[in-house]
Design a protein around this ligand. Structure first.
Ligand SMILES: Cc1ncc(COP(=O)(O)O)c(C=O)c1O
Length: 481
C-alpha cells in the first residue's frame, strides 16, 4: 500500500490509476431534482439515472473496470457447457481461496437462495455478526431465524474500535449451548454492510471458525465485501502486518467451509457463486444451480462477465487496488467530521455513512429519518444515497414496525469511479444540508410491500418540507445548480 506524502502537508488520497473512459453526467436544477424525488415516491431506488449527478446508491456492479478486465472480456469462450472461461475462473478461485469446488450463480442473493434452500428449514437458527437484507429474507422465507451476535461496539455509531464487525464470541458459545441442534451454519459477513461496511479482525474470524467447528456446525463466509475487510486487516491488525493480502485471504479461506460472494462487489464485475473445499457439500447444492441459475459452467452469468471477474479477483490481491475505496471513504468521513456533520466512525469500507438519528433528531424513527435524509440530500445536490435504517427492515409477523438499531444514510463510493472534486462537492452539499437540517421532516408509506419494501415501497412527506428545502437552496445558491 503506497502511502504518498505531500510536500505541502495536504492529506489526500492519491489515485494509482488513470481514467481512460469517461461518462458524461448532468446536474439538473434543484426544482427538477425535487420533482424527480416526488415522482420516485421518495425512494431513491426508484429514481432515474438521467436526474442523478452522483450515484452513491451502491458499489454493486458499478465499480470501474480495469483495462485488463475489458481486454479479457474480448477473449471469452462462449459455450453452454465446459467453457474455457469457466475453467479459468475456477482455477483463479482455487488459487486465491484454495477451494476445489465452485458453483456459479447470477449474483450474491442467488447464492444465498441456494444456501438457504439446502440448509434452512422451519426452526433453523442462523447466527451471524449482522444480517444483510437479502440474506435475512431468504432465511425467514424458509421458516428460519437470524440471530445477530455483533459485538457491542458494532452498533455504536461513533467509536474508535477498528473491528466493529466482530462477533461477540461469548454470545456465540451461549447460542450453541441453547440452540446447538438447530444451527446448520454460522454466517460471517466480511465488511459488514448494514452497520457501515465495518470489518472483522482476522483473529475474530479464526476464533468463530474454531467455536463453530467444535460444535460440529459449518462456517460460511459472505465474502462480498471481503476486499475492504482485507485492507483493514492489513492496515489495522498487528498479527497481519507482515502478511501479504494473498496470505491473509488464504488463512481465512482455509478455515471456512463455504465462501459465497457477490461478484458485483468482489471482483469488480457482475455475478457470484459459492466456493467450497468439500465435495459432499458441493454435491448437496449442485442440482439447485441448473434448476434456478443455469448450467454448472455459467450459472446465469455471461462468459464475458466471468472473464472480467477472473481478472478482477486477481486485482483484488493488489493492495494498491483495494486501498482506493477505503482511502476515499476515509477522506470524505474526515472532512465531514471536520465540518461537524454526524457520521459513522471509524470509517469503514463501501461508503461514507451519515448518522440520520443525530443529523435530524426531530424526525422520529417511525417517520423514517434515514429515508428522509436520503430524499433531502438528493434534492440538495442530485446525490443518490441509500437508506439503511427502518425502511430496510421488515415488519414483525404481527404487523408492528421493526425499528432498526441504526438509522444511516449510506453514500457508497464505487471503486475508482468518482474524482476527489466530486467527493468535495458531496461534502459541500451535505454541510449545507446540515446547516439547514431543521427544514427536513419525516416520511410515511403510501404503498408498502410486505417484503423488501425498501426496493419498491412508495412514500410521501408528512409535511411540505421538500418545498421549503428548494426555497432555501435558491436563497443560498441563487441560480447555481
Ligand atoms: C454482504 C452482502 N451480501 C450479499 C449481497 C447480495 O449480493 P447481490 O446484490 O449480488 O445479489 C450483498 C449486496 O449488496 C452484500 O453486500
Amino acid at each position: 500500500m503506497s502511502l504518498v506524502r505531500f510536500y505541502t502537508g495536504d492529506s489526500i488520497p492519491l489515485e494509482l490509476h488513470k481514467v481512460r473512459i469517461v461518462q458524461k453526467l448532468d446536474l439538473v436544477p434543484v426544482e427538477q431534482r425535487a420533482r424527480a424525488m416526488a415522482e420516485a415516491g421518495y425512494n431513491t431506488f426508484l429514481l432515474k439515472n438521467k436526474d442523478i449527478y452522483l450515484d452513491m446508491l451502491t458499489d454493486s456492479g458499478v465499480n470501474a473496470m480495469s483495462d485488463r478486465q475489458l481486454a479479457a472480456m474480448m477473449i471469452a469462450d462462449d459455450s453452454y457447457a465446459g467453457s474455457a472461461t469457466f475453467t479459468r475462473l475456477t482455477d483463479r478461485l482455487e488459487e486465491i481461496f484454495g477451494t476445489k469446488y465452485f458453483l456459479p450463480a447470477h449474483q450474491g442473493r442467488a447464492a444465498e437462495n441456494i444456501l438457504a434452500m439446502t440448509f434452512v428449514k422451519p426452526g433453523s437458527v442462523i447466527p451471524m455478526n449482522y444480517h444483510f437484507t437479502t440474506t435475512k429474507a431468504h432465511i425467514t422465507r424458509l421458516g428460519g431465524r437470524v440471530e445477530e451476535l455483533i459485538c457491542d461496539e458494532g452498533v455504536k455509531l461513533t467509536s474508535s474500535c477498528p473491528f466493529k464487525g466482530n462477533f461477540d464470541l461469548e454470545k456465540l458459545e451461549e447460542l450453541f449451548r441453547k440452540e446447538g441442534g438447530n444451527i446448520p451454519f454460522v454466517r460471517i459477513e466480511a465488511g459488514t454492510n448494514l452497520i457501515g461496511g465495518q470489518p472483522l479482525s482476522l483473529e475474530n474470524m479464526l476464533a468463530v471458525a474454531d467455536i463453530v467447528h467444535r460444535h460440529g456446525s459449518l462456517v460460511v463466509m459472505d465474502a462480498s465485501l471481503l476486499q475492504d475487510n482485507l485492507y483493514f486487516i492489513k492496515t489495522r491488525e498487528e498479527m497481519a502486518r507482515d502478511m501479504t493480502i494473498r496470505q491473509i485471504t488464504r488463512m481465512i479461506a482455509d478455515r471456512m467451509d463455504i465462501i459465497y460472494f457477490s461478484a458485483r462487489k468482489l471482483g469488480f464485475a457482475r455475478g457470484g457463486g459459492i466456493c467450497m473445499h468439500d465435495k459432499a457439500l458441493f454435491s448437496k447444492m449442485r442440482e439447485l444451480v441448473p434448476m434456478f441459475e443455469g448450467f454448472l459452467t455459467y450459472g446465469g452469468m455471461s462468459v464475458r462477465e466471468m472473464e472480467a471477474m477472473t481478472v478482477g479477483l486477481e486485482e483484488t490481491m493488489d493492495p494498491d487496488v483495494i486501498s482506493q475505496g477505503p482511502l476515499f471513504i476515509q477522506y470524505m468521513t474526515d472532512e465531514l467530521i471536520r465540518l461537524g456533520v454526524p457520521v459513522v466512525t471509524p470509517p469503514g469500507g463501501l461508503g461514507c455513512h451519515l448518522d440520520a438519528s443525530r443529523f435530524i433528531p426531530q424526525v422520529r424513527q417511525e417517520e423514517y429519518p434515514a429515508a428522509a435524509l436520503a430524499a433531502a440530500l438528493f434534492i440538495a445536490g442530485g446525490i443518490r444515497g441509500m437508506e439503511r435504517g427502518t425502511v430496510s427492515e421488515q415488519r414483525e409477523a404481527d404487523g408492528s414496525e421493526h425499528l432498526a438499531a441504526v438509522e444511516l444514510l449510506r453514500l457508497a463510493l464505487p471503486r475508482r469511479v468518482f474524482t476527489l472534486s466530486q467527493v468535495k462537492y458531496a461534502v459541500d452539499r451535505i454541510k449545507w444540508l446540515y446547516d439547514n437540517r431543521q427544514l427536513i421532516g419525516g416520511l410515511r408509506f403510501t404503498d408498502e410491500p410486505s417484503s423488501l419494501r425498501f426496493f419498491f415501497g412508495l412514500l410521501e412527506p408528512v409535511s411540505p418540507w421538500p418545498e421549503s428545502l428548494v426555497r432555501a437552496f435558491r436563497r443560498d445558491f441563487g441560480d447555481s445548480l
